[in-house]
Design a binder for this molecule. Sequence first.
Ligand code: PEP
Ligand code: MG
Length: 756
Amino acid sequence: MPKDFEPGVKPRPKRATRMSDTRRLFARLREALASGAASLPDIASLVAKELPADACAIYVTRAGEFLELAATYGYNISAVGRVKLRLGEGIIGAVAASGDALNLPDAQNHPRFAYRTEMGEERFAALLAMPVKRAGRILGVVAVQNEQPRMFSQMEVESVATVAMLLAEILSRAGATNLPEEGFSNSLPRRYAGHVLSAGIARGPILPYGAAGPIAQLLTDDPAGELKRLDRAVDMANATLDGLIAASLPGGNAPRDVLDAYRMVAQSAGWLGRVKEAINDGLTAETAVDKIARELRERMRRIADPYLRERLADIEDMIGRLMVALGGAKPKPERADGAILLVRRLGPADLLDWHSRGIAGVAIEEASPSGHAAILARALDLPALQVDRGAVEAGNEGDEALLDAEGATLILRPEPDVVQVYNRALEARSVRAAALQAYRDKPAITKDGFCLKLMLNVGLAMELDQLERTGADGIGLYRTEIAALASGGIPDVAGQAAEYGRVMDRAKGLPVQFRTLDLGADKLLPGESSQGEENPAMGWRSLRVGLDRPAILRRQLRALLLGAQGRPLSIMFPMVATVEEFRAARDLLEAEAARVRPAPSSLLAGTMIEVPSLLFQLPGLLAEADFVSVGTNDLMQFLFAADRGTPELANRYDTLSAPVLELMERLVVACEEAQVPLSVCGEAAGRPLDALAFAAVGVTTLSMSGNAILPVKALLAETDLSTFRPILRDLRRSGAAGGSIREPLTGWAREHNLPV
Ligand code: PEP
Ligand code: MG
């Protein structure tokens, strides 16, 4: 790894004269600020003279959602206070509306250009307009212009961006500017479209987490002192990284080389050098770190390559640590009762942590419905949405939000009549939930009498209530890693045995299929970091770790046997790719079983079918496995080569498609022939229409999260399977090319008033 590795950044030529211009500009601004005489016209003239540019204009947001020209240099002075632009009007209004800067070589030929005679701007061609943002609000716009048509250089863009940061601070503090306390976005509702991760509707105060907070001091006259503060913060952040490396994997087997590579990227001289450069220009350490973070995020928005994005994310992670060390980032609040959390990314451990702090819902910018955070949100019945980028920045803490994880919309600052509509929807939801209760004690049976077994997917003790609440037939998937993620580590054998024993107690004799630890990829224990694999979902994870480091797996198997205390025990293994792997895992189980007393009254060893290679080893596999369970989440991602965590792919491939239903049907036949019980336990099993289609191709056991059981039972109860089968068969034929048949199936169901 090169010492100053930073993806997406070309080395910048040194430009000594420009550097000193920037430094002088900030020094003059600092002097003006320190003397308390930094009026907006002074700032406009300073920027124009020191950048240098031919003209500079500062627009500020006024109540009533318009921008007013507040100060100029180089334009007609009489325009100040007279030029007013609506949000979206002209180039300046467009910059305020989008929050994105515009750098135009010839503004007058731009389609958004709106000519204002009073400005006297005819002679200017080049325009750089930068939004003045603070905590997601647009407080104004600062623009510079030149007579000569040319793009402003990267260095000039960075300088004006820093001036905009300073202006944001000045404007939000200054009563003197007659600025309304809040900018545009604070009073305007904003809507974000997205994908549903966990259905539900929540209303509450916004809690953005991960957006930059206000910085107390922006400029410094003591760069040497700030550089020392930065060095101390880097040391502190390094120390936390060292701690992470030491405690990286359960059992202390730190993949040092990988974590060290991460550290090299995170601490690379490239971006740290640019932070130091900005401090030397006169910014405080936190302003300089924040400036580089903004540039980095801007670049991340433009980079599609997942590897490069990951490396940039490493740097962003390190920047977060640095901000904490500098005292410039806020820690998590103790409680967040009723809040709507807005975050960029969220791992399953963090989701559990926030849930325990009381959030009512969560919107995540980078997530997908079959990712583990989404699965966990469904298990917790916590409304969750993946939303378009920008929501975290636009969310002002404490404002109201409506998280509609049914209609897939997040509304920040909803209008009162919209709130009323949602209040009615919330009431309708509780009426529907009450109606579904009628199915609780009924068996899962279709209108024409086909019986199914509906089991629960469980990972947390608190979900065990769902057994009684839903009338499920047992636990089809107990994800043992979730408790480890929740408690921050894997308990010792006695602790695990106690947990598994409690689960069996609560199941009161109903079957439970325990799955051994499925850690790795996005399920990382706190303190563990990704190993830097290019494809962690296909990497050294799950049973692969269990077989290579058998001590952890053997301890878990012993704990399961001890927890059973002579009761029947079913164990299944995740991420099995070959019959040999299954056999090796089963051998470990049998070796442990030979030692534990009392022995379970029956011991079944099964496997998840998540890796497509198993589909081509069915005779061998079914001769050895006592049962199999299809994990559609992973199977879909490997079958279609489509990362389950990538939001852009979430709706691209569908379980309701000819290839997947074909596969299921063949599996059903093979399992029936071999007399091996088959179930489906991926998220698709809990979607009513998918569940019905699986039943139609012969699946008789489905395992799903608790909140899916009653809706699935309701649809089965209303549907005549013998009428549905030919409909499905025809649609499968028409969709044989591989595309989704969800839409026509949904249409058919709606026509027949079925509850989908
Ligand atoms: C699956 O892959 O479908 C599955 C049930 O396992 P998990 O979602 O825990 O990976
Ligand atoms: Mg899986």
